[in-house]
Design a binder for this molecule. Structure first.
Ligand code: G3H
Length: 255
């Protein structure tokens, strides 16, 4: 497998546009160009800061990319408050997070909705970061592997092997998000390996071998090395630690 690690900083609903500009500049300053041969780094601001980030990235010809935290399943029309993939593509986004657990829980996004949004992202040549992850009850019952495979299959149902080759998967156990309770490297590896096996069933072995699978949940500069060192973990989706330029740059450099 020759998968380039990806470190994605999900800012969630934080920062204002001046802080966004400052954070991107500081991350870029701390990460010289040579790092980008080994790792892809992306920042995922709120919608309202994407334009500011674009200005810095384009103006300073930065090698880091940026994306969005969600998109509409629709192209355009009477969908008040929604943001379409077309808009994000025009803003130069590379990635879009789809089916984050915070959206699955707080906005009742089902696998069907996640699938529709994944298709919308692919339509506009955005790379969807499709999130799956079990809650604490599922983990404690020992059903986490089956649960994540079912979520993955539901979220990618009916996509062609070629389409699946264009997605990134993120495994984020809900009990590890924002809690400081990180999954062990072995826990992350177990689920990511199972997800890769499921990708081989949905597409084929070659595609499964090429798709990047990230781990997310309380990743920081201290634990990223061991987690991303696992065979089937190809990077991290980072929340809290992505808001601190030094820490995010350090963990990107380690990965
Ligand atoms: O999208 C990022 C994840 O939800 C992880 O967040 O690093 O703050 O636990 P966290």
């Amino acid at each position: 497998a020759n998968r380039k690690p990806l470190i994605a900083g999900n800012w969630k609903m934080n920062l204002n546009h001046l802080e966004a500009i400052g954070l991107v500049q500081k991350i870029a300053f701390a990460l010289p160009a040579k790092y980008f041969d080994k790792v892809d780094v992306t920042v995922i601001p709120p919608f309202t800061d994407i334009r500011s980030v674009q200005t810095v990235v384009d103006g300073d010809k930065l090698l880091l990319t940026y994306g969005a935290q969600d998109l509409s399943a629709h192209d355009s029309g009477a969908y008040t408050g929604e943001i379409s993939g077309a808009f994000l593509a025009k803003l130069g986004c590379t990635f879009v997070v789809v089916g984050h657990s915070e959206r699955r829980t707080m906005h009742a996004e089902t696998d069907d909705v996640v699938l529709a949004k994944t298709k919308a992202a692919l339509k506009y040549e955005l790379t969807p970061i499709v999130c799956v992850g079990e809650g604490l009850e599922v983990r404690e019952a020992g059903d986490h592997v089956d649960y994540n495979i079912a979520q993955l299959k539901g979220s990618l149902a009916g996509l062609s092997a070629d389409e699946i080759s264009k997605v990134v998967i993120a495994y984020e156990p809900v009990w590890a998000i924002g809690t400081g309770r990180v999954a062990s490297a072995a826990d992350a590896q177990e689920v990511c390996a199972a997800l890769r096996a499921a990708l081989a069933e949905l597409a084929d072995a070659k595609v499964a071998d090429s798709v990047r699978i990230l781990y997310g949940g309380s990743v920081n500069a201290k634990n990223v090395g061991e987690i991303v060192g696992q065979t089937d973990v190809d990077g991290a989706l980072v929340g809290g630690a992505s808001l601190k330029s030094d820490e995010f740059a350090t963990l990107s450099a380690i990965a």
